[in-house]
Design a protein. Structure first.
Length: 152
């Protein structure tokens, strides 16, 4: 996926995989890097992350997830989609094509909080005060086209 998502993927390469097992520590260098950027860069990261997660929000992939995890709910499907992003563009593309079923037994929820934590660190405020809302939603079912829903 060259081009549009390069900034997201190159930023994610900062993850510290020596801390694997502690998602927050893995993401710490990403948060630190983003906290030194302009707010618009943090918001761009958020928008790209959201768009990538939105791209995986499909009924086909949710069905695949439910086969692996019969107790799947909207959140477990979302957190598994985060795994696709944390593992880079090649892995993401395999998940998107339905070729990486093992992703559905994993989660990486902490990724969702990176933009807010970076902004909070930069401004010495609470992540609850994060002022940006992406134009798309990563919530399960929001990609109407991916779920075969027609918009009114």
């Amino acid at each position: 996926m060259p081009g549009k998502y390069d900034f997201f993927w190159s930023t994610m390469e900062l993850c510290d995989w020596s801390k694997e097992g502690n998602d927050d520590k893995v993401l710490k260098p990403v948060i630190k890097y983003l906290s030194k950027q302009d707010d618009l860069i943090i918001f761009e990261f958020d928008d790209l992350m959201t768009e990538l997660l939105y791209g995986l929000d499909t009924e086909k992939l949710a069905d695949q997830c439910e086969k692996v995890d019969p107790l799947m709910c909207d959140d477990t499907f979302l957190y598994s989609r985060c795994v696709a992003l944390i593992n880079g563009p090649d892995y993401y593309e395999k998940v998107k094509r339905g070729k990486m079923k093992s992703v559905w037994s994993m989660d990486f929820e902490s990724l969702l909080y990176v933009p807010g934590k970076a902004w909070a660190l930069k401004h010495r405020r609470s992540a609850d005060d994060y002022p940006h809302i992406s134009p798309l939603s990563y919530e399960t079912g929001s990609n109407e086209e991916g779920w075969g829903k027609s918009s009114l």
